[in-house]
Design a protein around this ligand. Structure first.
Ligand code: ATP
Ligand code: ZN
Length: 292
């Protein structure tokens, strides 16, 4: 019987959440001793644990059909290999958020990235940086470094850097200032889906349907409340991402119970607005699974 292989990061920022999302799709694994290959028990999907940088190449080389990796790395490899069409982004996963930013020494008076024309930029993402700068009509010379990019300006080997940022702490610690964002990234499920067998395609579609349910459930909340009958329309408007709530009469009362799955985040502000519209006994519950 056909099986699919999905590559995830062995240890790093994406590892735990990558595994978690697979588990929430109902997958479980027999872990091998060397811990590099996990056999899928309940669903024919096996996991390969590798360095994140290797994932796009493994997909392109046919070692696996699926991989979870940052868009930053996938885009870099696609540009490098000019093979955009072979790697498909199947689903963004909502974690591993970061941005590829241009940063310059704090003490340099640089107004915008246009001023970087003809300068040297240190980065671990040469193809992506060159491409995105070119799109803005700026040509630079790229100094490719595999790590510790942030120390390059201090060492005098580059005038600016293009590096991944999430909080900006590393930049500040190195006296760098974020000048502009080139690319926003998050983790995504990538696949080589054009040349796989029909059997694998069926498996892939089942997995993707589950993943869609998992992602939707993670974003959804089940809201229950009581409200005056005449407030139904107003309350429905106030429930984020809801069009048709379930409405039930309450015995011996002129109030009704309203239940709804909110497709968007529910904040305290929403609850306060509901209360002001006459709602009481408001409960917000997490949604575990969803299948449309
Ligand atoms: P590996 O050993 O697998 O090569 P790594 O050191 O390259 O690990 P991590 O630092 O774990 O990788 O980052 C993995 C991914 O996490 C990045 O490619 C990026 O998509 C994402 N990420 C999120 N926030 C950040 C951040 N602040 N800095 C770097 N990467 C981040
Ligand atoms: Zn890496």
């Amino acid at each position: 019987m056909s099986r699919l292989r999905v590559a995830i990061q062995k240890s790093g920022r994406l590892s735990e959440k990558s595994l978690d999302v697979l588990k929430r799709c109902g997958l479980s694994f027999a872990r091998s001793k060397d811990k590099l290959f996990w056999y899928g028990r309940d669903f024919p999907v096996d996991v390969l644990l590798v360095r994140d940088d290797d994932i796009p190449r493994m997909l392109l080389d046919g070692v696996c059909e699926l991989g979870i990796v940052g868009e930053n790395i996938a885009r870099e490899v696609m540009l490098e290999r000019e093979s955009e069409s072979q790697l498909n982004c199947l689903r963004k996963l909502g974690f591993g958020h970061c941005r590829l930013s241009i940063a310059v020494p704090e003490n340099r008076d640089i107004a915008g990235i246009e001023a970087l024309e003809g300068t040297r930029i240190a980065t671990s993402y040469p193809a992506l940086t060159r491409n995105l700068m070119m799109q803005q009509g700026i040509s630079t010379s790229i100094v490719e470094l595999s790590g510790s990019v942030e120390i390059a300006p201090g060492l005098g080997t580059a005038d600016a850097i293009s590096d991944l940022v999430s909080t900006g702490t590393t930049l500040r610690a190195n006296h760098l200032r974020e000048l502009d964002v080139l690319f926003e990234s998050q983790a995504a499920l990538y696949g080589r889906v054009n040349d796989i067998s029909d059997e694998k395609k069926v498996l892939l579609d089942r997995l993707l349907a589950r993943l869609e349910g998992v992602m939707q459930a993670a974003e959804s909340k089940y809201v229950m409340l009581h409200a005056p009958r005449e407030a139904l329309e107003k309350i429905t408007e106030l429930l984020p991402g809801v069009e048709h709530p379930s409405v039930m009469p309450l015995e011996g009362s002129d109030r009704i119970a309203i239940h709804a799955v909110c497709g968007e985040a529910v904040f305290w502000e929403h609850l306060e607005a509901l209360k002001a519209a006459g709602a009481s006994a408001i409960l917000v519950l997490p949604v575990e699974k969803m299948l449309a």
